[in-house]
Design a binder for this molecule. Sequence first.
Ligand SMILES: [Zn+2]
Length: 53
Amino acid sequence: MASDKKSLCKWKSDDIDKDRKRFKKLVRNAQYFCRKCGRAAGAKDNLCKPDDL
Ligand SMILES: [Zn+2]
């Protein structure tokens, strides 16, 4: 199961389906995005190539 420390970039659609609440928490109030994957997150730590949104 995905943990909070796991990079959001590594979440697969299956992980999101299984743990949507945690996923929502991670992307809520997103202030950063990943230059590599195009995902957004509230914490830099959750992205592999974070940049300010
Ligand atoms: Zn990434």
